[in-house]
Design a protein around this ligand. Sequence first.
Ligand code: CUV
Ligand code: SF4
Length: 624
Amino acid sequence: MKKTAFEKSIDPASQTLLQKAENEGIETAWDRYEQQLPQCSFGQLGVCCRNCNMGPCRIDPFGEGTEKGVCGATADIIVARNLLRMIAAGAAAHSDHARDAVLTFKKMSEGEAGSYKIKDEAKLFSLASEYGIPAEGKSREEVAVELANAMLLEFGKQNGPVLCTKRAPGVRLRLWSELGIEPRGIDREIVECMHRTHIGVDNNATHILLQGLRTGISDGWGGSMIATDVQDILFGTPEPKKSTVNLGVLSLEKVNLIVHGHEPILSEMIVEAAENPELLELAKEKGASGINVVGICCTGNETLMRHGTPIAGNFLQQELAVITGAVEAMVVDVQCIMPSLGGLTGCYHTKFISTSPKADFPGTVRMEFHEEKAYETAKEIVRAAVENFPNRNREKVSIPEEKQECMAGFSVEAILNALGGSPDPLIEAIAGGAVKGIGAVVGCNNVKVQHNYGHVNLVKELIKNNVLVVTTGCNAIACAEAGLLVPEAAVLAGEGLKGICEALGIPPVLHMGSCVDISRILVLASAIANRMGVDISDLPAAGAAPEWMSEKAVSIGVYVVSSGIYTVLGTIPPVLGSQEVTALLTKGLDSVVGASFAVEPDPFKAAKMMLEHIDKKRKALGLK
Ligand code: CUV
Ligand code: SF4
């Protein structure tokens, strides 16, 4: 059964373009998903293994056929190993992004990446002191070099703990250390996952999962946190600012350049180059009234948070943006970029430009991006977009009207600022019951579920019930498109939360950034827990990833739960083929780290589960 445009997405702009795609005979992710159906049930349950060449092996989940792989691995072992590899890949993606950000920071400090500057000096010095680097008598560049070197050590360190784990409450740290899941070094944990899942190494599901927790922690409190910190130094710590989102931000008169991917190292330079007078002049010559840089996915979140650059959409809108026929250049770096964009951009005039030495795709123009010549390359990329403007085929252009105002930029610093300098007003609001608790809603889109339906409805339910929501990633973009990221959205909140939002002039849903910025949520949770003198697992807080799909999301889920936050997943992870692993994730972890996972595709039921959890935690704290 073919889904209609209305069944594919709740977003009117996306529906319009899905319809356009169908009329033009253009294929999207939704079509390819339909072609994949029925998807392999061994894969869905996580019971297939290709870890050696005696396989592939698969286990009959109904216990009627084969129960062991050739080597003797059971369903429990296979499912656990597969899950560990997903965690490793996700942690690797975040952490390798962090490494590149630190390397850029180092080159900048050594005077070899002149396009970059220190934008947040206060953060540089506070991090230096956290890393134990004395600053007296040194230039800020000298301090920066030492800090960059110290951060680089976190990746290759053999005997931890990873330094930023110290930001967690003392009780949490002790728990990790007692459990033996304190990460030793970011790279070490990822490598060990690969080693343990090689044939004939770790074959105990619980034991495998503990390594999963350790690796996840090395991402959330290591790689991702370092990425956020370094990017704040280089590009500034975000402050609240207004912008617009959704496909309607594309312009009929201007050159449209989309930055898509994850690393602000690229997108920051593009934003700057698009303001170059010479290029603006060239745009005029080519018949355009200006240059319109907009974002997709997390690199869009990064530039939105720091510059108020508009966002054209989240993960499932990347193809739709091209289908408007109005995009001169789709510029990508790494992560969550569909290889389908090559063929798709070929149907329009769009230039598909890949920039990362690590990532290429079919049908791209390669314009490799290196820190040493960052601004020059960014200018060349913008120039390529501008020169492509006359090739736009007016007959194929259709830009949806929908665009929404939003407010983003809620770093921890900005939130504390809004609260008057300390978390106390928020804690009082929670204690008094005006705010019931905090919901952290994050993660991707997934064609298996209706685009943005889970994201928007879950968040609406939470705020209606006086839960303050913090968001990142594609959930943040979905919320923005639904108009939830403006102070006026307070009318959708329960009375208590509404009052707080109105008093502070903030939206009931706070956009805290990209996926690596979930580290900001951890820091905020720690600040609140420390102030209350409790562990993170005691807080009336819950997490959710209603439409997740990426391996990064698996790593995130694992570190959020390891940090003590109950998390509801909206799409089913490939673990149900093992009762042992399923029970561990949904129950067993509770007695280990004080939090566990739940799976609930219906956002209304998921919200109810989160609310019940929050109520339970309130009771335990003696709050009404
Ligand atoms: Ni990194 S990981 S689809 S862009 S949130 Fe968006 Fe966010 Fe998932 Fe990817
Ligand atoms: Fe099969 Fe074991 Fe090899 Fe996996 S590791 S493919 S279960 S023999």
